[in-house]
Design a protein around this ligand. Structure first.
Ligand SMILES: *[C@@H]1O[C@H](CO)[C@@H](O)[C@H](O)[C@H]1NC(C)=O
Ligand SMILES: *[C@@H]1O[C@H](CO)[C@@H](O)[C@H](O)[C@H]1NC(C)=O
Length: 532
């Protein structure tokens, strides 16, 4: 039966009806992001949420580093602070870490590196707690946030302010997560046997010898100690002040409705997980777009040799001059063209094949057929983009999780790792680059990872958007959350059950024995008395 007039009109109007319905049902989302690269990628999600008709407010500080005040995609809520996490904070730490790594004694350098990282972590969370305190003390701000009637809070839980804000506003909580305040995200909610789950910073893979498992345990203890003494108490103090001591910060952290995990099992070693963990590794990746005229011309000028790109991410703005010189000299010896994101002084040894840039369209370059190699620091996002586009990596990790990320690629034959301590010694840098360029297995392995990563029923970003909207539709996702985190450790491991069971068995076994002994004794005594 052909559709009659009114049906036709209805069908014509249907897309508009659906579109307006979607706008009407657009949610209100409060985002508490992290700075630096974490924001760069959160911003991609903000744009996607905005384009689906949701309204987004972003909490930032008045000293914000990357989060701009004016954007067509979101409104900002600016918290006035005297100290913030920005380049003033990170640059001195970076300098010290590079100095320590390039120092001589390795045992000493490990210890001082740990001390340096502990101090940095402590201060980072102190700044965050200060920011949260300023917000909670500002009654007007908190009231206006309550009146906005948000549907949910989306936060990066590597800092805890968003977690506490969600509790204060009694809103469902969704994470854009890989790190939490106490380490890798899974460790907080999913069973994580130390026998095959390597701790961050240990430099171990999922195949460990006995000695390596000892090392893994030591790293676990270090992470626990850092959380127990340096980080947890700071957040707990804020909870105590504003919510009362019965509210445990660790419960708030573990009690989030949904964990959108920035990893997938092409990248991460397989491990146990939970129903409310949704994997969206590579959510920011998309097919490359054409390069700008100048850049395309430079890339094409490389001819058959192709192009190498180098970027050490948003945190590392400058390398020491002598190291930059060595790297520039190595690049100058190559027939390839090089695009290098470098902010310091122009290295004296820079070859005419190398283009220095402040910023590069990394995704578009990685997807360009002329790109042969990516020299990267090993941040999660850059690694995911390299996997998506199948480009082999020479890694130069600086801090945080960067070595461990690169290790996952190296284990799968897609990367070679250098260290800050040795990158400028001998021909290390040049040799690493030449090896990865000439040995075809690196490229083949990365291409295989790329095929695996892309072979998913739904794109990671669409998965993430679905689940964010799911949480808004159902006002949370408590039914997916296990109750494990509410248990004390002895109940979690069923130690109390085992002990009471053993006690019962013991009583049942020994009671008759004792009874018979006693009875026999009685009899003896009776007999003795009778004899008398
Ligand atoms: C941010 O706010 C603080 C506290 O009110 C103030 O001291 C500081 O000057 C402000 N900074 C900027 C960059 O506006
Ligand atoms: C770049 O330098 C090399 C050797 O230093 C030289 O042979 C070549 O002509 C130079 N190319 C350009 C475009 O200046």
């Amino acid at each position: 039966m052909p559709p009659d007039g009114s049906t036709k009109i209805f069908l014509l109007l249907l897309p508009f009806v659906l579109f307006t319905l979607r706008i009407c049902h657009g949610g209100k989302i409060l985002i508490v992001p992290l700075e630096g690269s974490h924001w760069v990628y959160m911003d991609i999600m903000v744009k996607a949420l905005h384009s689906r008709g949701h309204s987004v407010d972003v909490v930032r500080t008045n000293k914000s580093w990357y989060i701009k005040d004016d954007s067509p995609h979101y409104k900002t809520i600016t918290v006035p602070v005297t100290e913030a996490f920005n380049h003033d904070f990170i640059n001195p730490i970076l300098k010290k870490i590079i100095d320590i790594e390039r120092g001589e004694s390795s045992a000493m350098s490990f210890a001082s590196l740990q001390v340096e990282m502990f101090t940095a972590m402590f201060n980072m969370h102190r700044i965050m707690c200060k920011m949260a305190t300023i917000m909670f003390q500002d009654k007007d701000l908190m009231n206006s946030l309550k009146e906005r009637k948000y549907d949910m809070v989306l936060t990066d839980p590597a800092w805890g302010a968003g977690i506490m804000l969600a509790h204060a506003l009694k809103l469902p909580l969704v994470y854009n997560v890989r790190w939490i305040t106490s380490g890798e995200g899974h460790l907080a909610i999913a069973p994580s046997p130390l026998s095959y789950i390597p701790m961050t910073g240990s430099g171990l893979s999922d195949k460990m010898s006995f000695i390596q498992r000892v090392k893994n345990l030591i790293f676990y203890v270090i992470w626990q100690a850092q959380d127990g003494f340096l980080i947890g108490p700071q957040y707990q103090a804020v909870c105590d002040e504003f919510f009362g001591p019965e509210v445990r910060y660790s419960d708030l952290l573990q009690g989030a409705d949904l964990w959108l995990m920035r990893a997938d099992f092409v990248f991460e070693f397989p491990r146990p997980t939970m129903p409310n963990v949704v994997y969206m590794g590579g959510f920011q990746c998309k097919p490359s777009e054409p390069l700008s005229g100048d850049l395309e011309e430079f890339v094409q000028s490389s001819g058959e040799h192709g192009v190498i790109i180098m970027s050490l991410g948003t945190f590392v703005s400058e390398l020491p001059a002598d190291m930059a010189n060595e790297i520039a000299a190595a690049f100058a010896k190559l027939p390839q063209k090089v695009i290098w994101r470098h902010k310091g002084d122009r290295p004296a040894t820079l070859g005419n094949n190398t283009l220095l840039v402040d910023w590069m369209p990394q995704n578009d370059l990685l997807g360009h057929p002329k790109i042969k190699l990516f020299v990267a620091h090993g941040g999660t996002n850059g690694i995911q983009e390299a996997i998506y586009h199948g480009v082999p990596v020479v890694g130069l990790p600086v801090f945080f999780d960067q070595y461990d990320n690169l290790l996952r690629l190296k284990e799968r034959g897609g990367a070679k790792i250098l260290t800050l301590a040795t990158v400028d010694k001998g021909n290390n840098f040049l040799e690493a680059i030449e090896e990865v360029l000439t040995e075809p297995s690196y490229r083949m392995n990365m291409q295989r990872l790329s095929r695996l990563h892309r072979d998913q029923p739904v794109k990671p970003m669409d998965t993430a958007l679905f689940w964010i909207e799911f949480v808004m539709r159902h006002k949370g996702a408590a039914h997916l959350r296990t109750e494990s985190y509410r248990l004390p450790w002895y109940s979690y491991h069923s130690l109390d059950v085992v002990l009471s069971f053993l006690a019962t068995v013991a009583v049942i076994t020994f009671l008759p024995l004792v009874f018979f002994r006693y009875a026999r004794l009685e009899k003896c005594i009776k007999r003795q008395t009778n004899k008398k």
